[in-house]
Design a protein around this ligand. Sequence first.
Ligand code: TEU
Ligand code: CA
Length: 541
Amino acid sequence: TADKDWWRGAVIYQIYPRSYQDSNGDGIGDLKGITARLPHVASLGADAIWISPFFTSPMRDFGYDVSDYENVDAIFGTLVDFDTMISEAHRLGIRVMIDLVISHSSDQHPWFVESRSSKTNAKADWYVWADSKPDGTPPNNWLSIFGGSAWAWDPTRMQYYMHNFLTSQPDMNLHNPEVQDRLLDVVRFWLKRGVDGFRLDTINFYFHDKELRDNPALAPERRNASTAPAVNPYNFQEHIYDKNRPENLVFLKRFRAVLEEFPAIAAVGEVGDSQRGLEIVGEYTSGNDKMHMCYAFEFLAPDPLSPERVEEVMEDFAAAAPDGWACWAFSNHDVMRHVSRWGSLVADHDAFAKQYASLLMTLRGSVCLYQGEELGLTEADLAYQDLQDPYGIQFWPEFKGRDGCRTPMVWDSQVAQGGFSTVKPWLPVPVEHILRAVSVQQGDETSVLEHYRRFLAFRKLHPAFAKGEIEFMEPQEDVLIFVREYGNEKLLCVFNMSAAESAVVLPAGDWQALTGHGFVSNNYGEKIDIPAWGAYFARLA
Ligand code: TEU
Ligand code: CA
């Protein structure tokens, strides 16, 4: 597998290991469980998996707080289980990307334990430490995304340390070259074990302003309510000093050079920024000497996708970075599942889920799918007592947190817990999910699952979808129309993004139908009637 460019246009299937498959009856998913379910990923046609963190962790943020970067948490298994998982994935033709969470570590990490022990220890400068203001308050106005100041007081050092997320997630000081070197060794550790790439958590948070300047307030007219809910004061600041620093570009080049020591490795960065997300994705991916690809939160936002919004996001990105590369996703482990987020009022749930599946599969860029999306799963409606996510517990009930998209995968409608576990799982399995289990949809040509399989194959068959130029036509009512072009192939894509049938005039040309869904007809002319949530694809003869 020496295809260095495999990532360009790839479909990456995200696995949240706690919730994929429990193999030992403790109610929590694990690596052996993932290995057992890899044939499902292969049958879907995904090119790679991205596994959310499985490293040793006190699990305050469910693995996004790492206390040993070079080991597997006992709850998930062992390094031997990891090796078995990789070889099985490779045998099935699936590449493996792992989640690198190096902007912060756990406060239980020995590096932080040492760093906080004094101002003079060997790792004293490995984290972001600062004195209080004369009146004892934190050094500046930086905020934590999970609530409150970004600074926590340490009574031993008599200083504050910085944390962008939980107080148990202290921010590492990447200005220190020793820290960079050690983290790049972590990267080599996993590359030697055979991984094919990384997802880089909070990649734009790596560096902070050394002068610790206050972030300016964000002018109300610049607030983006759709990507940054007003319930969180974090969204009232312009984040120009606590993240998005220029030093990061230099570090990302160093990081990339390490990847280049190994064959055919790829990295996707997570850019969390509600104002400049696409621009930053452009900065980090242009030149193909930093990140291979990144994702921002534009399509992970609460706003329903109108034809105009799809065009705006795709064109803004192209303008920000003509040679950059995006990775699009509609769902992940941090946001409400998109069929609930955008389609809560839609009567024909399956048609809606299929529509968005085919849209995602025909966009220029790479793609991340989130486990359960291929089943059309809805956001689970959990009670407060069921919550595990500290973010949800903090902002309940205005924001319900991220547990609703993290409930267990459903495999088999005939057994308890949908086949995920033999005991009560760490989060409940919603009854309505059982009706959408893999066993129910498998082999049913009308199912959402079979639709995903068909459209992953369709995307692979026509490289114009992943790589071609994209040209938007004027939307007709709520119908999104674009043309994709690559080599000799020109493809027309038409999506009715509404609950009403629409008559659409096709652009001039001898369009020959390839496929469609939501309707059965072979009588395509220059005008087609396209039903609610239907789609149509044709190729220029
Ligand atoms: O998320 C970073 C991030 O920006 C999130 O705060 C995101 O905005 C939020 O979850 C949306 O609801 C990454 C991980 O994906 C997330 O699971 C971790 O909690 C976070 O980093 C800290 O490591
Ligand atoms: Ca388990």
